[in-house]
Design a protein around this ligand. Sequence first.
Ligand code: ACO
Ligand code: LMR
Length: 264
Amino acid sequence: GKVRAPTHIISTISDDRGEEPCYAGVPMSSILEQGFGVGDIISLLWFKRSLPRYCTKFIEICIMLCADHGPCVSGAHNTIVTARAGKDLVSSLVSGLLTIGPRFGGAIDDAARYFKDAYDRGLTPYEFVESMKKKGIRVPGIGHRIKRGDNRDKRVELLQEFARTNFPSVKYMEYAVQVETYTLTKANNLVMNVDGAIGSLFLDLLAGSGMFTKPEIDEIVEIGYLNGLFVLARSIGLIGHTFDQKRLKQPLYRHPWEDVLYTK
Ligand code: ACO
Ligand code: LMR
């Protein structure tokens, strides 16, 4: 038989050796012929399968709604300061991306993990929230700097509306809504945020689409694919902020002394 030299890399998502590159076995020409969009490409390269249209549409809505949220949020602020320090596009972009984490945009995976665990174990929202409090862990996907019970995040409403109309089941999302109803009795800032909406709804997408086995869902949640949606989406805005600062020829940023409390 054939003797193969051991390889140093294993790769399963794409192949450029043939006449045309393939994503998860699908050739580029077929991607164009079938009118695939960015949601389909994410399905192929991240999940290694074609997903139904409502799933790829949902992915695209997540990307569109999270692309930017103004110049004042952590990521855009870092990118703006970096661009104004004369740095290049990639440096300005990654400077903003580096702020994405447990407090800002990067709570989607943990929201999915905690909501899934609590729902699957049959915890009531009260039991879940209070057990988190006992452990000293903030509920990922809950809370916002400026959004309030009487000034909800429109992105959350839009995602929920799409899922209620198009998903076969929204049980995890409804659970997250019950959690929010409880946290709002504690404080008006403890609304469901966009990370919580995407985290809970992606659980519904994974469980309800019939495209994933239970071990595959567990693996996706455990590895943590979902923060990737925010990283990808917000890159669009951060690149925009970089161009904006360069176009406006903004000088080096220096924070005003008056806005710092100098103390011992
Ligand atoms: N779970 C439980 N309690 C919370 C939570 C939460 N998720 N968020 C805030 N609180 C409590 C705080 O403990 C605090 O109570 P205390 O004054 O008794 O200590 C009170 O609410 C106010 O907290 P602040 O720190 O002032 O809230 P802030 O506005 O600074 O925080 C933040 C906003 C960082 C989003 C916070 O709510 C949080 O950590 N949430 C969980 C992480 C998360 O989902 N991040 C994604 C946000 S959406 C996005 O970035 C796109
Ligand atoms: C965002 O999407 O950047 C926001 O939800 C964060 C914020 O503080 O507004």
